[in-house]
Design a protein around this ligand. Structure first.
Ligand code: ATP
Ligand code: MG
Length: 183
């Protein structure tokens, strides 16, 4: 599984619909301070199921919606889609009928988030597990924000183990075990 495309609309500074192709190999994003580089990475984190507004550098989740500028009114919703190539059929069984998966998260002001996979409404939990199985996710070490390297070095052993489990790709299994044990 690998990512092929990121689409945003009304998300933070990306007020107009924007499409970013993700090619094989290395993709670099360059630009002046404040142009939205971190917002792009946060969009990926968000569509993977981030639930913490603080992790999105906001006070509440509605803060990811374009808040307006002097010349432009605020928007009432934000939408981010991440397209996954699933030709190797490694996605969880419920998604494995498709060779391409488009995961979409939408938030309407004051109404919370909704997730869809290929247009079909999906639980946040299933989206989070889909990305955990792909070896990534909102909290995975494959997304490193500023200050996180120092935080990893200073982490408690249990937290560091979680980072290693994530890197080994077994976070999804651990998460399912936790769910099964609590039933
Ligand atoms: P740096 O090089 O300094 O790290 P960057 O390219 O990573 O900069 P970002 O932090 O992604 O920049 O973008 C910051 C910009 O996004 C700011 O101008 C901020 O006003 C804008 N922004 C963030 N949230 C919203 C929002 N909800 N509505 C409108 N603009 C927003
Ligand atoms: Mg930045």
């Amino acid at each position: 599984m690998f990512f092929t495309k990121l689409r945003l609309a009304g998300f933070k500074s990306f007020v107009e619909a924007t499409e970013v192709p993700i090619a094989n190999g290395l993709t670099g994003v360059v630009g002046p301070n404040g142009c939205g580089k971190s917002n792009l990475v946060e969009a990926m984190r968000w569509v993977m199921g981030e639930t913490s507004a603080r992790q999105m550098r906001g006070g509440e989740m509605d803060d990811v919606i374009f808040g307006g500028t002097t010349g432009r009114p605020a928007r009432n919703f934000a939408e981010v889609s991440l397209t996954i190539d699933n030709a190797d059929r490694r996605a969880p069984a419920q998604f494995n009928d498709a060779s391409e998966l488009e995961v979409t998260r939408r938030i309407d002001r004051g109404k919370g988030s909704l997730y869809k996979v290929n247009g079909r409404e999906t639980r946040a939990r299933d989206v989070q597990l889909l990305f955990a199985d792909a070896g990534t996710g909102a909290h995975s070490p494959s997304l490193i924000s500023q200050g996180r390297v120092a935080a990893m070095i200073a982490a408690r052993p249990a937290d560091r183990r979680a980072i290693l489990e994530d890197a080994a790709g077994i976070a999804g299994l651990q998460s399912r075990r936790g769910e099964a044990e609590s039933k």
